[in-house]
Ligand binder design. Structure first.
Ligand code: ADP
Length: 426
């Protein structure tokens, strides 16, 4: 079996799927693994994306898990490594983007890392090192109220510098606009000045092409999924089409939602407004995850089959703050994640074959509860979110179609649109 070209380590599950989706769209064969799998790869692929749940764990744990993933990818023979972080650079002053990048630099032997979360297609752009979501700088968006990683500074050079001992510089737009050779010259000049990491500006798909070309031959990049657009051009591969071999859907449809992000809350509201069946976990009861899950499962079981159902915990920033004040931030988050993981497991055991999970951390919890270790990447629903397929054994005898949606991704009608798209395949 030929060796994969690119080995990726993603710091959360939806981010991993988003990255896999980018490579798949370029015609590369992609597999996403959930953590480092016990078994080898089922078939030859061009890209392997290892999904970790390391975004908000303590930095030393994130480093250790990322190094284990790197060792496994290195044994597969990957030529380049990609540390995938969130397109809103979700992190705290303790990490984990800085510490993991530093550890992977050592492990890969790379002495300079270009770092950019830019993903213009999804309205994430970086200019003068400042991250914008649409027209707003990061700290003016709902990310400042994120339950786990509130982002209060849009200046990524500053944010990254707070997390690492490496010196962090900037590859500004003026250089990127002049092409890959100019970016390589800038990297050389930053290196000569003692920098080891640089945040790179990018405003368009073309800028990502330039950056992709500029990092050809580098052992490591740290980026959101956008940079994946610029990497395939550096490799020789035979493009393949996903429609032909993606399995057809079976079973009931359900949505499990633990994201409190604005886009997800709009998606939930749109689903409710359209008359969808919904059950809301009572956030103030999060102290008892098992009871929380059981109530939702009891509600869901008789409703499975005809139409999609939605179980959600999404709440406004004020409600989240009230819940966190009562139970503590970590306990509240972990408890809701655990409850939704149990709900997902029960739904799949009872015949759900098409499942959407909304929320990065929530997706991690659900995938772990379902015991899934490898996902085939399929059709894109919205930028950054593809349908995936987990073979039989993933908590179900038929296999499971799964969409793992990062909180802020997707149009308002995402839930119904996604199921419609899958039904069109059947
Ligand atoms: P996103 O992709 O939008 O960031 P995540 O699932 O990654 O979504 O993160 C949302 C976090 O908020 C999870 O830890 C989840 O358990 C927690 N959470 C969900 N609902 C509530 C709530 N009502 N109160 C407090 N925390 C919540």
């Amino acid at each position: 079996m030929s060796a994969p070209l690119i080995g990726c380590i993603a710091d959360d599950f939806t981010g991993a799927t988003d990255l896999a989706n980018q490579f798949m769209r370029a015609g590369l064969r992609v597999v996403q693994t959930i953590g480092v799998p016990q078994r080898g790869l089922a078939s030859a692929v061009d890209v392997v994306v290892v999904a970790l749940k390391s975004r908000t764990v303590p930095a030393d744990v994130a480093v250790e898990e990322s190094l284990v993933a790197h060792r496994w990818l290195a044994t597969l023979g990957c030529q380049q490594f990609y540390f995938k972080v969130c397109s809103t650079f979700d992190s705290t002053a303790q990490g984990n983007i800085g510490p993991v990048t530093e550890a992977l630099m050592q492990a890969t032997g790379e002495n300079f890392v270009v770092c950019t979360p830019a993903f213009p297609e999804n309205h994430r752009t970086v200019y003068q090192g400042y991250l914008f979501v649409g027209s707003q700088p990061l700290h003016e968006t709902s990310m400042r109220d994120h339950p786990l990683t509130p982002m209060t500074d849009a200046n990524l050079v500053r944010v990254m510098q707070a997390q690492t001992r490496c010196r962090v510089g900037l590859i500004a737009y003026a250089d990127v606009a002049q092409g890959a050779d100019r970016v390589r010259e800038k990297v050389a000049s930053l290196q000569a000045q003692g920098y080891q990491v640089a945040i790179a500006d990018a405003l368009s798909r073309e800028d990502l092409w330039v950056l992709g070309q500029a990092v050809a031959g580098r052992r490591l990049v740290t980026a959101g999924s956008g940079l994946a657009i610029g990497l395939p051009q550096n490799f020789v591969f035979t493009p393949s089409s996903v429609e032909e071999h993606f399995p057809r859907p079976q079973g009931a449809c359900a949505i499990v939602c633990g994201s409190c992000s604005e886009a997800t809350r709009r998606q939930v509201q749109t689903f409710i407004d359209a008359g969808g069946s919904t059950f809301r976990l009572d956030p103030l009861s999060v102290g008892d995850a098992a009871l929380l899950a059981q109530k939702a499962i009891d509600w869901a079981m008789p409703r499975l089959g005809q139409h999609p159902i939605l179980v959600y915990s999404s709440a406004t920033p004020e409600e989240v703050r009230r819940t966190q004040a009562l139970w503590g931030q970590d306990q509240a988050g972990a408890s809701v994640e655990h409850a939704l993981g149990q709900v997902a497991q029960a739904l799949v055991a009872q015949g759900v074959g098409q499942l959407i999970v909304a929320g990065g951390e929530t997706s991690g919890a659900c995938v772990q509860a379902l015991g899934i270790d490898q996902l085939q990447i399929g059709l894109q629903i919205d930028p950054g979110v593809p349908w995936c397929f987990a073979g039989p054994g993933a908590g179900s005898s038929h296999g499971l179609h799964l969409a793992l949606k990062s909180g802020n991704f997707g149009t308002d009608d995402f839930f119904t649109k996604a199921f419609r798209q899958l039904a069109a395949l059947a």
